[in-house]
Ligand binder design. Sequence first.
Ligand code: GRF
Length: 196
Amino acid sequence: MKIAVFASGTGSNFAAILESIKSKKITNVEVVLLVSDRPEALAVQKAKDERIPVHTFRAKDYPNKQAFEEEIVEKLRQRYVDFIVLAGYMRLLGPVLLQAYDRKIINVHPSLLPAFAGKDAIGQALDYGVKVTGVTVHYVDEGMDTGPIIAQRVVFVDSDETKDSLAKKIQGQEHQLLPEVIQMLVNSEAVKGSSK
Ligand code: GRF
């Protein structure tokens, strides 16, 4: 299974996927492209260090979302990408990508959806004062963190929790859950493929 990872930020989830592949914690998966809307993102540097091909762009250089998504789809097809993982990609996907990769795009979000969708989910959870929060991996649709849920992990919020300490706990769970879900989906795709 050839996957592309989309990231706008530090890329710690991207690194966790690469690490899981290297350590053979997950198998039959190859990251063939990193896509980023921020050429200066740390994730891009990580990809270059690991010699993973990169496609970067700046949305403002295109007339609209359709234009930059058409270019992305072309890059994905050139590399025979089967599956897309959004790992800190800070944009809503448009119809071009959603239709090209229908039910083949997942996202990781740092809360137990549907609670605390959107930006700064960790800050939202702390401000609300919840005692449990967590991580969700879900299919992507046109909404903001609204697609069908695939898997969740719970994280307990301690009384002296800070944003940094909570972020660390949540990221620790993300780095385990996301590769596990990828493996699960790869296995089920393999089953589907072999029955054709
Ligand atoms: C993660 O917390 C993920 O849940 C959210 O964006 C963050 C990306 O972090 N969607 P990183 O770039 O993988 O470190």
